[in-house]
Design a protein around this ligand. Structure first.
Ligand code: SF4
Length: 61
């Protein structure tokens, strides 16, 4: 799903999502405009939507 979608925004499929495997999968947002320092969006699985601090949700492109 495209993260720019205006109605439903999910980290899954977003071009800014990065996945790392440290023995278990950890997902981070790599958007430079994110307000959250760590940018961690999930471990082992992704949330249904995206975090409150999602820069795309808050109008940052
Ligand atoms: S927080 Fe927003 S910009 Fe970052 S990966 Fe998720 S949907 Fe994409």
């Amino acid at each position: 799903m495209e993260c720019r979608d205006k109605i439903m925004r999910h980290c899954s499929g977003c071009r800014f999502l990065k996945e790392y495997d440290y023995g278990r999968k950890v997902y981070y947002c790599d958007h430079e405009g994110r307000a959250d320092d760590m940018g961690k969006v999930g471990a082992e699985s992704l949330p249904d939507g995206c975090p409150e601090w999602c820069p795309l949700k808050n109008g940052v492109s």
